[in-house]
Design a protein around this ligand. Sequence first.
Ligand SMILES: [Fe+2]
Ligand SMILES: [Fe+2]
Length: 200
Amino acid sequence: MNKSAMIEKLKDYLPEKRIKHSLNVAKAAIKISEQTGCDKEKAEIASILHDAAKYVKLADVQSYCDKYNIVLDDMEKKSTALSHSILGAYIAKYEFGVDDEEILNAIRYHTTGKPNMTPLEETIYLSDLIEEGRNYPGVDSLRELAYSGKIDEALANLLDSSIINVLKKKAVLHLRSVEARNYYVEKVKKMEKAASLERK
Ligand SMILES: [Fe+2]
Ligand SMILES: [Fe+2]
């Protein structure tokens, strides 16, 4: 299926505003792919489809799991905020014909992130949160970091703030988010240490 057919089909899954978000994510992802070096075409497809399961209701999650043999963990079972990214990977595969594992994993991990993400996973995680429709305090400096290639710094900051948001909402915090956050915070610290040693 080509990209415009995907966007057309997506109308059966998402309201217009969510499709607009997905297309904004694609725009951001194309820009960020210049910094991460990931495949632009894959970044576009992953962006278009990343939220395909966003409007699946909690009561309907189990039927998708039965249909596609999806195994959710206990945290994902309780929260569509978490499960939509997992279900989305299966919908992309079985309903949109995407069989590229790299694209599917970028969809799968777009909500929690994970330690040591691939360039494509990093690109989608970032683009989802800094696309042009997003408007929250600090988003401009995050855009600046990401678009200037400071990918690890942008990820460390965004993972911190998305964990804070989850806590504020009293929502389920997935352990993978914590692991991702620790990984990127540690990575940035190491890079800063190496840079300061170099300066000495
Ligand atoms: Fe999402
Ligand atoms: Fe999204």
